[in-house]
Design a protein. Sequence first.
Lengths: 293, 82
Amino acid sequence: MAYHSGYGAHGSKHRARAAPDPPPLFDDTSGAYSSQPGGYPAPGADVTFNVNHLLGDPMANMAMAYGSSIASHGKDMVHKELHRFVSVNKLKYFFAVDTAYVAKKLGLLVFPYTHQNWEVQYSRDVPLPPRQDLNAPDLYIPTMAFITYVLLAGMALGIQKRFSPEVLGLCASTALVWVVIEVLALLLGVYLATVRSDLSTFHLLAYSGYKYVGMILSVLTGLVFGSDGYYVAWAWTSSALMYFLVRSLRTAALGPDSVGGSAPRQRLQLYLTLGAAAFQPLIIYWLTFHLVR
Amino acid sequence: MAFTLYSLLQAALLCVNAIAVLHEERFLKNIGWGTDQGIGGFGEEPGIKSQLTNLIRSVRTVMRVPLIIVNSIAIVLLLLFG
């Protein structure tokens, strides 16, 4: 009996294999399916059911194979488009950090006055990653600081019983929009003043994102020590951030390419740097004062 | 000031529209920002005014057709959703 049903199944498989439907496709899927019924708890009655399963589903098998090929094609297309807009290798450079770097950089953001050497180090024309160079900008700290700021804003609003989920989303998108505006303004300034340096968009994004650390510290101090503590922390972090930005951008903007340059152009670059630095305390105050009443 | 990303897009669209409507012959030439007035000089320092003039001219050239599309989408969205 088992031999008969096995022979029947085999025979029908042969018949199905000789069918004019696309043979290679059918071979693949039948191979895939024949392994499955092996795992089946298969009494003799199920063998015929498996044969019907095989015969009745060539369209489903074909659709599955087609769908998976479409999915992989779509994934390749998305990767290609993404690579056209965002260079993933350059982005990886900004996230190559380690714990020691993050700790030292946070300390530098709060107290930059004793740091001596602000130059970004290069190795054969390629800037060293943040892991090996304290002065290199990174995007890890700004990203984490932004997320922490959003959470902290939610917590501060919750303490004052003004919380609702829409306010959290609004706070996050407001902060993000201000960062985008600032990066666009800085890009426009860099273009107009014809600063020839290694300052790419991601560098500017990193330097704009460092203000979130100051915002977090100000809000925390304001929550713990009240309104006076908030103003003290705001003044301290603003001045530290201004000093940090001016020193970093001076050595980054006057990079290895712009040697000298005319006096008005250097004055323009100086104004740009000072303007970017002076904008920071305003935006820190604007984005945090409503959290500390 | 509570921003959403959509308001940022609207502001950017309005700014680009403002740059795109600056007419070359009737307006820019009269205030000396035309594209054939004094961009010469292959020196190393273009200066702010020529950079601005180049920027305006390139924005007008590049964004002419995409602005039509994006403006139409914005108009339809504003009509539908207020």
